[in-house]
Structures are given as structure tokens and as C-alpha cells.
Design a protein around this ligand. Structure first.
Ligand SMILES: Cc1cc2nc3c(=O)[nH]c(=O)nc-3n(C[C@H](O)[C@H](O)[C@H](O)COP(=O)(O)OP(=O)(O)OC[C@H]3O[C@@H](n4cnc5c(N)ncnc54)[C@H](O)[C@@H]3O)c2cc1C
Length: 390
């Protein structure tokens, strides 16, 4: 597998890195403290072509692939993980799923707005009583002529407070369990659809999270994404890609933790010398670097296999590989932020140094897109069913 980046990928990575360093890094702590995204960020990202990565040009996208998308996520997360989270929810969870599964009519209606930043998207699977057990969702969609009538609620939905459209998973046939799930787009302002106040979170605080509530909410049948009762296919293919790109977010967090720890340990003096002189500090730095590079290899390979899978090339290998990538990267990001904070000593425990923000943000990397436990189950079940493939 060749991780040499194309000229286009190198250029995009350089541009986003520069943008994040200049425009977002100086305000990242303020965004965390005041719990909001940067002013006008969706239009800015739209103008930079970032919202259209992975979307064909015929829908006003920028083309390109998931590997490129993952590289961009990594650079955003290295400075502001909360912004990366909202970017993923909008572009990957909402727009990419629509592009991959929806009718031509729906693609033409929503994708140009999602690519320009005129429309903001979110995706709702999780419910108050159905998290890891996603197939156990209880939000119903009952057919009434040319409409489905939705009742139920979704919780922890990234971008919910600001979203113009929500891609929502419902049960259209309770008896059929996994085979009775349907994905459908609900527009903001639809009667019977409301959004609860923003949730207060420990990390990724600039990314708004909330609950979607459906109370006899009538949605046209033509808003269905994929097949009626075929939502499980939309969900599963979407989840594999989501795991790869969220792993990219974990990688960015790990890189930030290492850079902050390295900088601090070279500048902090104890016993008349920089603490980076001490062997035990050196070991910590080396361990962080080694795990980050191991995560990078796994994630980049998973991203490339994800691109080949959507082109019909690599079968289901992506299922366990994506789960393995996010499992390792999520835990590595948490170890890296923990070690880096430790290197900062008491100063790391204050709100004065950015490592505290990355430490709080990293925790989500073991929870969202399936917890570490669920990721282990996915990898092991695939191995038991299909073998290693070596
Ligand atoms: C900030 C944030 C943003 C999010 N954004 C979105 C979003 O945009 N859209 C969306 O749909 N969801 C979103 N989520 C929800 C997220 O995907 C869920 O929180 C996650 O899937 C876990 O579900 P749960 O919280 O209900 O935990 P539970 O499923 O209740 O799990 C609780 C614990 O039990 C363990 N557990 C559960 N089942 C098993 C098992 N079979 N074996 C071993 N251990 C098990 C879990 O690993 C975990 O440790 C978000 C969550 C957060 C915190």
C-alpha cells in the first residue's frame, strides 16, 4: 500500500493546515470556553471546497476521495477537534450518506447547498434507549399515503441545534427488526419536528449537540434515502466510513498532544535542566510518537481500502479494518493526551494550557461511532466469521 500523497492531496493538506494555524488556533480556547463554532465557518469551508470533498462535481462537490477527506479531518482536529467533529457530522454523516444512497432528485435538491455551506446537515441514529444497540431504535415512521408520520426522539446529535436537514433512522416495520429500518431526510421547520436546547458537554464544546424530537411529524415518502426498510445498508456502509474519518480525528488529537508535550518538556526546567533530558520523559515522548505513527499507518490504509470498497473493489475487508483503525487510534489519542498532560505537571491541570482541551476532547474518540467495546466486537466477529484473510 502506497501512502505517497498526490500533488492535489499535498496542496489541500497544506492549505487547511495554514488556515487552521492562522484563523482557528488563536481562537480555539475561546471557542471551547464559549461553546460555539467559528463565525461564518460553514461558508468559509464551502468556499475552500472542503464541504464538497467526496461529492462529485455534478452536485457542486470537489470530487476526490475519503482518504483526502481523512487528511483534512486530521489537520482540523490537530487544532480544534470540536470543529472536526461538526465537519464530519455535516460532510461525512449527512452529505456522503446522501450522495451514496439517495435518489437523483434528493441529491440534486440537497447536495449543492451542503457543499456550499448554505445548508447544514446532521445525522440521527442514537436514541435515549438505543446507543450501542443501534438496531434497537424505537423512533417510528408510519406510512400515510405519500407521507411517513414520525414519532420518537434522537439524542447526542452533532450539529442538531443548527442543522437545516437531518438524516434520520426510523423503524418502518418493528417486526422486521434490522430489516425494518428506513433512513429519511427531515427538514428544519417541518411541523412536529423540534430540537431540544444544546447539551452541556465536557469536551468538543464548540460543536453543538442536541436532541431531535418528532411528534406526528409528516415527511414526504420521496425523502427516503436508500430503500424503504433498507436503512440497515445505509447505516452499515456509512458507519464503516465514519469510523475511518473519526479515526483521522483521533490521529489529529494525538499529534497535537505530542507536539504540546514535546514543546513543554523542552522549555520546562527542573533540577537545572529541561525535563526532556530525563530518560523517563524521553520514553514518554517516544511512546507517543510510536503509537501515533502506528495509528497513521492503520488509518491511511483503512481510508484507501474504504475508497476501493465504494468502487466495488475490496468487499467487506473495510468493516473490520475501519473498526480496528478507530479502536487503536481512539485509545492511542487518549493515551497521548494523558501522557502529554502528565508532562505538563500541575500546569496541565489548569485551563491555561491547551492540553486540557485536547485531553477532554479525546475521550469522545472511545465513545462516538461505536464505543471501543463495540469496535472490538466488530473486529472479533468478522475474524470469527471470515478469518483473517492473510
Ligand atoms: C459528543 C457526542 C456526539 C455524538 N454525535 C452523534 C451523532 O451525530 N449522531 C448519532 O446518531 N449519535 C451521536 N452520538 C452518540 C454515540 O454514537 C453514542 O453515544 C454511542 O454509540 C454509545 O451509545 P450510548 O451512549 O447509548 O452508550 P451505551 O450503548 O448505553 O453503552 C454504555 C456502555 O456499555 C457498553 N456496552 C454496550 N453494549 C455492549 C456490548 N454488547 N458489549 C460490551 N459492552 C457494551 C459500551 O461500550 C459503554 O461502555 C454522539 C455522542 C456524543 C457523546
Amino acid at each position: 500500500m502506497d501512502f505517497e500523497l498526490t500533488r492535489e492531496q499535498k496542496m489541500i493538506r497544506k492549505n487547511i493546515k495554514e488556515f487552521m494555524r492562522k484563523e482557528i488556533a488563536p481562537i480555539a480556547e475561546e471557542l471551547d470556553r464559549e461553546c460555539h463554532l467559528p463565525e461564518g465557518i460553514w461558508k468559509t469551508f464551502g468556499d475552500l471546497g472542503l464541504l464538497g470533498i467526496g461529492i462529485p462535481e455534478e452536485y457542486d462537490g470537489s470530487g476526490m476521495d475519503k482518504f483526502t477527506f481523512t487528511l483534512v479531518v486530521e489537520q482540523i482536529a490537530k487544532v480544534c477537534p470540536g470543529l472536526a467533529l461538526s465537519y464530519i457530522a455535516h460532510s461525512n454523516l449527512c452529505a456522503h450518506n446522501i450522495e451514496h444512497n439517495a435518489s437523483e432528485e434528493i441529491k440534486k435538491k440537497y447536495l449543492p447547498g451542503l457543499c456550499s455551506g448554505d445548508l447544514i446537515g446532521c445525522l440521527g441514529i442514537t436514541e435515549p434507549d438505543a446507543g450501542s444497540d443501534a438496531v434497537g431504535i424505537q423512533t417510528t415512521a408510519d406510512r400515510d399515503g405519500k407521507h411517513f408520520v414520525l414519532n420518537g426522539s434522537k439524542i447526542f446529535i452533532t450539529n442538531a441545534p443548527m442543522a437545516d436537514i437531518a438524516l434520520v433512522y426510523t423503524k418502518t416495520d418493528m417486526k422486521k427488526k434490522a430489516r425494518g429500518i428506513t433512513a429519511i431526510i427531515v427538514e428544519k421547520g417541518t411541523p412536529g419536528f423540534s430540537v431540544a436546547p444544546k447539551m452541556d458537554k465536557m469536551g468538543n464544546r464548540c460543536s453543538p449537540t442536541s436532541e431531535l424530537i418528532f411528534n406526528d411529524c409528516r415527511v414526504p415518502v420521496k425523502n427516503v434515502v436508500g430503500e424503504i426498510d433498507g436503512g440497515i445498508n445505509v447505516l452499515m456502509t456509512g458507519l464503516d466510513t465514519e469510523r475511518v474519518v473519526v479515526a483521522g480525528m483521533a490521529l489529529g488529537i494525538g499529534e497535537a498532544a505530542l507536539e504540546l508535550g514535546l514543546k513543554y518538556s523542552k522549555s520546562r526546567h527542573q533540577f537545572n535542566q529541561p525535563i526532556s533530558n530525563f530518560q523517563m520523559v524521553k520514553a514518554k515522548l517516544a511512546n507517543m510518537y510510536t503509537e501515533i505513527e502506528a495509528a497513521r499507518g492503520l488509518i491511511y490504509r483503512a481510508a484507501q481500502v474504504a475508497d476501493q470498497s465504494t468502487r466495488g473493489g475490496k468487499g467487506t475487508e473495510i468493516h473490520k479494518l475501519a473498526a480496528a483503525a478507530i479502536l487503536f487510534a481512539g485509545e492511542a489519542a487518549n493515551r497521548a493526551t494523558d501522557i502529554s498532560l502528565q508532562l505538563h505537571g500541575g500546569y496541565g491541570y489548569t485551563m491555561e494550557y491547551p492540553i486540557n482541551r485536547f485531553y477532554r476532547d479525546a475521550k469522545l474518540m472511545e465513545i462516538g461511532a461505536g464505543t471501543s467495546d463495540i469496535r472490538r466486537l466488530v473486529v472479533a466477529d468478522e475474524l470469527i466469521k471470515k478469518g483473517t484473510g492473510y
